[in-house]
Design a protein. Structure first.
Length: 66
């Protein structure tokens, strides 16, 4: 049976998502209008949504469905 390798994250998910979104926006900043630039900006937007959803899911006020 294969064992999973465990990896302890050194930073929070929110921080990693924020850093990735910033990095993608910086990459897109210097590019001319193109499909690649639009993809980078779309990916940054998706990461922002993921961060908001994660924040909502992990909030203490969230109740489990009954």
């Amino acid at each position: 049976m294969l064992r999973r390798r465990r990896f302890k994250q050194s930073s929070t998910l929110e921080y990693r998502l924020e850093e990735e979104a910033i990095c993608l926006r910086k990459q897109a900043e210097g590019m001319p209008q193109s499909i690649r630039r639009d993809e980078l900006l779309r990916k940054a937007s998706q990461i922002d949504v993921a961060a908001r959803v994660n924040k909502w899911v992990t909030s203490p006020g969230l109740r489990a469905p009954t």
